[in-house]
Design a protein around this ligand. Sequence first.
Ligand SMILES: Nc1ncnc2c1ncn2[C@@H]1O[C@H](COP(=O)(O)OP(=O)(O)O)[C@@H](O)[C@H]1O
Ligand SMILES: [Mg+2]
Length: 234
Amino acid sequence: MGKERRVSLVTFENLTKVYQMGDETVRALDGVQLRIDPGEFVAILGPSGSGKSTLMHILGFMDSPTSGKLHFEGKEVAGIGRSTRSWYRANRIGFVFQAFNLLPRLSVTDNVVLPLVYSRSGIGDRKGKALAALEKVGMGHRARHLPSQLSGGERQRAAIARALVNHPSLILADEPTGNLDSQNVGRIMELFRRLSDEGQTLVVVTHDEQVATYARRIIRMLDGRIVEDTPNAS
Ligand SMILES: Nc1ncnc2c1ncn2[C@@H]1O[C@H](COP(=O)(O)OP(=O)(O)O)[C@@H](O)[C@H]1O
Ligand SMILES: [Mg+2]
């Protein structure tokens, strides 16, 4: 009583996702219960096919569950319309992918500016925000380069700057180190750790135990279920 209860960032209540492929039914998510609070750094770990990407797609408003409830920033998401969902996707979530997904003909700065395309700020202001995001990930000196002129680790830093540029409440990364050598894996995960120390909420999906050790909480998935959920002290 009288104890203040923080609003979670995300909660899943008994969430399922079922794919029907002809006669075959795939339960990609099977009764998932999950709560993520603001400021957490979570790794979702599991073998291929365990449901990690499906979970991430639902977390990122790219897909909807077959059943169950999803709350984001205190609101039930099923209860909001399609345009509100795309607003969340564009404004509240930053995405980082294995393949970087930078546009090859645009400079690093122009790639980072992209998520601000619907913002009301002028172009000078947008470029200023992009540069600030690039500085934050140690890429200010590569702002005018093209993606092809960067190393793999630098490309992923640029992609992380793009994910950060509109100050999302959640950054979602699906196998963000899958295309990097071991030295760059460490650098990118240390960068995530620093962003987490600065208050950014992060969810990183990976099949790699080593990558997961950088997170503060490790959730293990198997066959569409959460089989373990533990704090990580390392
Ligand atoms: N669009 C889809 N249609 C049919 N089955 C799918 C689809 N997406 C994923 N699946 C199936 O759902 C299960 C979980 O997939 P996924 O979430 O991609 O796992 P992970 O990311 O852990 O490898 C797998 O069995 C996969 O084959
Ligand atoms: Mg996957």
